[in-house]
Design a binder for this molecule. Sequence first.
Ligand code: ATP
Length: 197
Amino acid sequence: MIIVGLTGGIGSGKTTIGKYFESYGIPIYIADKEAKALMNRSKVIKRKLIQIFGESAYKNGRLNRPYLASKIFNNKSLLAEMNAIVHPKVASHFKRWLKRQDAPYIIKEAAIIFENNLEYQYDYIITVITDEDLRIERVMQRDDVTAEKVQSIIRNQLPDKEKIEKSDFVIENNDLETSAKQAFKIHQEILEKSKQS
Ligand code: ATP
């Protein structure tokens, strides 16, 4: 099974582009979404996160995301500790999910691939890029946050230039018409590759 990574900075349009591929019948695994679900569901993760972050890590039994985000933002060692708890669980969940898929290839949407040198987990990587001002505008609208907040997250992420250099495919998502065309072309190319392998 060919595994295709779909990455890009905050608000670049990963999930939006993923939906195009879904409409072509390609199964999509959204790593961040599954990680959040596991953080709510898994008793082991819950216990370990409370050990590190205290009881405030959960509120009424649900993950207290704003609290956790405020703790890990700008604290690399806490972020690493949290990842060490959550990532192995997501990895095994993904493995089980993968076994159930029947398609020429699958897409795994993950915000972080290059940052942690995880390219080796993918056969191909697609990076979604969008002009920074549009990303800021879109995330401000989507999440009701300030431009400064989005800018500070962007500054914390690997610059697009470096992601592009390391990618097999790039989709520019300034407008939906262009990105849809690019996505379909890439889909056909990967289908061709899947027939050859
Ligand atoms: P994150 O990294 O924050 O999870 P993402 O990369 O998955 O974000 P999306 O959630 O797909 O990005 O897109 C961000 C916002 O921009 C969403 O509200 C989405 O509907 C909107 N959006 C995405 N692409 C476009 C586009 N080409 N034109 C207009 N709006 C768009």
